[in-house]
Design a protein around this ligand. Structure first.
Ligand SMILES: Nc1nc2c(c(=O)[nH]1)N[C@H]1C(S)=C(S)[C@@H](COP(=O)(O)O)O[C@H]1N2
Ligand SMILES: [Mo]
Length: 238
């Protein structure tokens, strides 16, 4: 075995313990009476804290080559693909609110004018599949600075055109690979993959990658998420 510093070996061990605790809790909850749910939710929130403590904002999700891109790319949502919302890009706005110096509504043209970064990364769905794709968009940390976000706030919360919602910790929001994606495979996001803007956060599971964004809020209030509120672990990331 190559010499691995003790600290990182400990970290690895600690994160695998945290992750297997999540998996164990999920399997248990399927076969557990209703009364156990609050206990499990409590364990999952405790797990969020453990994972957040282990998280380093310099940690990167793996990048891939163009030859690794998965075609066709799978769709997932809480409804069938044909029901993905048709958003009108001309009237659509991204509402920015909460602990920001400059709240307001951003048009697609305004967002398209901001600096973009590209990534080839893997989206990992908790349902047991993963796929490599190429996305481009505005680094969230750049956007948060532009709107004068309180970077000491705890959360960035997102709402979507299909009533989906999620939220992430500020350290993950500021991580370099977290982008407001506008493009997929070199084109504007297709309808089913989140037109006009989605969160692309390769350090977290697929369900944190909210599509069809309509609002972004910087907040100290815990806002949970669509699946998170049904028991999926909220942090769910590196
Ligand atoms: N608005 C919205 N975003 C969403 C979802 C959804 O149902 N609605 N599903 C999530 C889940 S569970 C996954 S795995 C990914 C799937 O993204 P894809 O369709 O690009 O593969 O989107 C996430 N973002
Ligand atoms: Mo998913």
């Amino acid at each position: 075995m190559t010499a691995m510093p003790l600290v990182s070996r400990r970290r690895l061990l600690a994160s695998s313990v945290a992750i297997s605790a999540v998996a164990g809790a999920a399997a248990w909850s399927a076969a557990t009476p209703k009364g156990a749910r609050p206990v499990l939710q409590h364990m999952s929130r405790w797990n969020d804290l453990a994972q957040a403590a282990l998280f380093s904002s310099t940690r990167l999700a793996p990048s891939y080559g163009a030859e690794d891109i998965t075609r066709p790319f799978p769709f997932n949502g809480f409804y069938p693909e044909a029901l993905a919302p048709e958003v009108d890009g001309d009237t659509w706005r991204l509402r920015v609110e909460g602990r920001v110096a400059r709240p307001g509504n951003w048009s697609l043209a305004e967002l398209t004018g901001l600096p973009q970064e590209e990534q080839i990364t893997r989206l990992i769905c908790i349902e047991g599949w993963s796929a490599v794709g190429r996305w481009a968009g505005i680094p969230l940390r750049l956007f948060l600075s532009l709107v004068g976000a309180d970077l000491s706030a705890r959360y960035v919360a997102f709402r979507c055109a299909d009533d989906y919602y999620t939220s992430i910790d500020m350290a993950s929001a500021l991580q370099a690979q977290t982008i407001l994606a506008l493009r997929f495979l070199g084109r504007p996001l297709p309808t089913q993959f989140g037109f006009p803007v989605r969160l692309r956060i390769p350090t977290k599971l697929g369900f944190k990658n909210a599509k069809h964004l309509v609002a972004l809020e910087v907040t100290n209030e815990f806002r949970g998420g669509y699946w998170e509120d049904q028991g999926y672990n909220w942090f769910s990331g590196l």
